[in-house]
Write a protein that binds this ligand. Sequence first.
Ligand SMILES: Cc1cc2nc3c(=O)[nH]c(=O)nc-3n(C[C@H](O)[C@H](O)[C@H](O)COP(=O)(O)OP(=O)(O)OC[C@H]3O[C@@H](n4cnc5c(N)ncnc54)[C@H](O)[C@@H]3O)c2cc1C
Length: 411
Amino acid sequence: MSAHAALVAELERAVGAEHVRADAGGGWRVSPGAAAEVAEIVRVAGRHGGVIVPVGSGSRAPRVRGVERPRVLVATSRLDQVIHLDETSLLCHVQAGITGLGLEKVLSPRGLSMGDYPPSILGSTIGGLVAVRTPGKSSARHGFLEDAVVGLSAVLADGRTIHTRLAPRRATGPDLARALCGSEGTLGFITSVVLRIHRRPEARFLASFVAPTMDAALAATYLALREEAAPAGLRILDAAEAEHWFGPGTASGDEAVIVAATAGPTDLAACDRDLIASAVRAEGGREGPLALAETWWKRRHSAEPWPGPAPTLQVTATPSKLRGAYHAVRGAVTAAGASARAHVSRFDTSGAVLFFTFPDQPGLREAAEVAARAAGGWLLGARAKELDPYLRALRGALDPDGIMNPGALGG
Ligand SMILES: Cc1cc2nc3c(=O)[nH]c(=O)nc-3n(C[C@H](O)[C@H](O)[C@H](O)COP(=O)(O)OP(=O)(O)OC[C@H]3O[C@@H](n4cnc5c(N)ncnc54)[C@H](O)[C@@H]3O)c2cc1C
């Protein structure tokens, strides 16, 4: 029996032949039906010198270096169950392969929800979302998705399984679940997650505002957030972007449009809306037509298509650096004789994301990136490479043979 045939035979024994198939990109795609099967697959791959590549909804094609090693793609599509729902504690223990939509379908009839995260969360698996710590999937109301993780179970490179939630709250020591969040399957294969969930909001209010400038719109937003307004969604559009999304005459000159949604118990949702309104007034702005916010909300929830194209550049910055990053990128584009439009969203206390759209002309994107970085912005998704020695030490200790997703996190 060839070495590869022996590997396949063992994988088939672990999960059943019907759940093992050759993958078009090379290697084998295996679909375990239980966490114990994931552990067995990892052990089998390790024995045969293979590598493990976790696959959630597969929204990004896996990157695998060292293709000469047998590749075992482990799909979580069959690990899609709610293990336990505690409606009193508002905790939900789910298998890693359940999608946001699958979970909402279980929670919604019970008056519960994962919370007000961007709707793009719905197609991803919970394991994939936690494994990537997707920077774009945060909420001003609930924070980042990984903040909702109160514990998880994962299979390590040697096939051992760890459970970080042994008690309601660990009394001492580091929170080891944090290391697995964002590790993209390099430190462990996440098999299940205990998530904090929320009651479905009793009320939802939409509102739009017009601020005299982008700076005033950003200042008003952070004034409201510092006063602990927790909107379900909020977006600022500069005048050019507002015209693109909502039509001519929406805002003029340097003006900016703010669209906001607040949610929760009726009194709190109204209070959040009023906090935003008074912050906008304090910065010299006024209320805008409700129809703008209604259009934004419908498009956000895919009830209407967004007018394309996708943004050219996504930059994230802390609240104090957002204005500088906005003006730096606009300045770089204008200096090249082009024009840019922008919106800002994904607000939370740590910052927000600026989405710029400008023409695809030689060198312009690079110049804009340099300007954004010089102003203290970060390109969205950039990893803190300064921490690589720490990450390499963790990877080396947990996975000396480098079998866990070797192409992820820069290899
Ligand atoms: C570096 C990076 C940044 C991204 N940033 C954004 C963003 O800002 N906004 C946005 O909308 N989308 C972003 N994405 C897309 C991202 O793929 C999705 O947000 C989401 O994480 C994918 O869920 P999924 O189920 O499709 O996972 P997949 O795309 O299948 O997998 C994503 C990564 O996680 C690993 N993985 C999957 N499941 C597990 C598991 N159970 N245990 C361990 N590892 C696992 C995979 O091997 C892969 O490396 C980003 C993706 C990457 C890789």
